[in-house]
Design a protein. Structure first.
Length: 144
């Protein structure tokens, strides 16, 4: 498996990463994804793609380094998804290791993510990967 970081404008974002990312974020269209990455890149958003030995994208991570008062410097994972037919094959584990490498290189104290309450399979994976449940995440919609 090969994991690469993909920059804005790279055609692999839409051809390779987006189909996998849409398994987690079905609302994303190519246009919306392109816009989010273009704006988010300036805020530190990055995407990494995991490729099988056959060259197929089988996993995606969206992430950024964030500085705040609670964890000081953290690598926050916006998105972490493995293609449904590739789960439990080591893709997620490889992506987490890749992200941990970025976090350590950036001097981060933590690797953090949020996960929807309905994603119990993902929660089992995170616990196996030594993530702890340390908070509740609250959200208030600002649209009607």
């Amino acid at each position: 498996m090969k994991i690469i970081d993909v920059l804005p404008g790279d055609p692999r974002l839409e051809s390779d990463l987006l189909p996998v990312l849409r398994e987690l974020r079905p609302h994303l269209t190519p246009e919306v994804f392109r816009g989010v990455y273009e704006e988010g890149y300036a805020q530190g958003l990055r995407f990494s793609g995991a490729y099988s030995d056959g060259g197929r994208c089988v996993g995606v991570a969206g992430w950024r380094v964030v500085v705040n008062t609670s964890s000081l410097r953290q690598l926050y994972v916006d998105d972490l998804v493995t293609a449904a037919d590739q789960r439990s094959t080591g893709v997620g584990q490889a992506l987490v290791a890749h992200l941990e490498g970025h976090a350590r290189a950036a001097g981060c104290h933590e690797l953090n993510l949020d996960s929807g309450t309905q994603r119990t399979g993902a929660h089992r994976f995170y616990l196996r990967e030594r993530f702890d449940i340390v908070a509740f995440h609250f959200s208030r919609s600002l649209t009607d």
